[in-house]
Design a protein around this ligand. Structure first.
Ligand SMILES: CC(C)(COP(=O)(O)OP(=O)(O)OC[C@H]1O[C@@H](n2cnc3c(N)ncnc32)[C@H](O)[C@@H]1OP(=O)(O)O)[C@@H](O)C(=O)NCCC(=O)NCCS
Length: 200
């Protein structure tokens, strides 16, 4: 459930940081999860230090599912996660989920070469999984994407990542999934009514 818009608590200003991903940096939406917990969702902005910190909380399984490969818990991969927050707001968009000044999720999309679809990635920390946060983040990605005239998402998901499949199918019941080399390539066209007429 989306509750209301408020000023984001404590968005840090980092000298030399890349521009914020969205149009309204500093504005967060407070959402309530299925168990009543509340989380702030906002456009990513100067979040690299806190995403590096978040990376070191991730379990082996979560890192494996996100990267579709077993990746070590080290500074190189922490930097990869930190850079998920860097986006220009048009060819790419990034958002974070924040609780009590700490990041508990990051999600982004990147336009394909044709420019009408975008590949998504969503990463929620272990303690916050299966509580409805991924669903809220996906809904915000969708809203941001339709606002940028995108007509669908794509995703790569490991075959054993049943939760991600449930999340995506719940949001996009008409999605098409093809399986190859242990992973699904998923195509999620947006419902026509959610796509602005100029993008159809
Ligand atoms: C996959 C991931 C992003 C999902 O986020 P999440 O916050 O755990 O997921 P949610 O709780 O919002 O949604 C999943 C659950 O809600 C249900 N759900 C979500 N949307 C739904 C809908 N519209 N209708 C019905 N059910 C829905 C799913 O059945 C699922 O149930 P589960 O709790 O039994 O697994 C998260 O678990 C994660 O970060 N995993 C590791 C990294 C990863 O796999 N990333 C995905 C790559 S794209």
């Amino acid at each position: 459930m989306v509750m209301h818009l408020i000023a984001a608590p404590g968005v840090p200003g980092v000298p030399g940081a890349p521009p914020c991903a969205g149009l309204a940096p500093g504005v967060a939406t407070e959402v309530r999860l299925t168990d009543g917990a509340t989380v702030f969702l906002r456009d990513a902005c100067a979040d690299t230090p806190r995403l590096r910190e978040m990376f070191f909380t991730l379990s082996d399984t979560t890192r494996f599912f996100y990267f579709c490969a077993g990746v070590p818990r080290n500074d190189v991969w922490a930097e990869r996660v930190a850079r998920l927050s860097i986006a220009d707001g048009y060819t790419s968009y990034a958002m974070v989920a924040e609780v009590g000044g700490k990041l508990v999720g990051v999600a982004r999309f990147d336009r394909d070469k044709q420019g009408s679809r975008a590949e998504i990635g969503i990463l929620v920390t272990d303690a916050w999984q299966s509580r409805g946060l991924g669903r809220q983040m996906l809904a915000r990605l969708h809203a941001e994407a339709t606002g940028r005239a995108l007509t669908g998402f794509t995703a790569l998901v490991l075959g054993e990542n049943r939760r991600a499949m449930r999340l995506l199918r719940g949001a996009f019941p008409t999605m098409q999934a093809s399986f190859s080399y242990g992973q699904f390539t998923i195509d999620m066209p947006f419902a026509p009514e959610s796509v602005p007429a100029r993008a159809r």
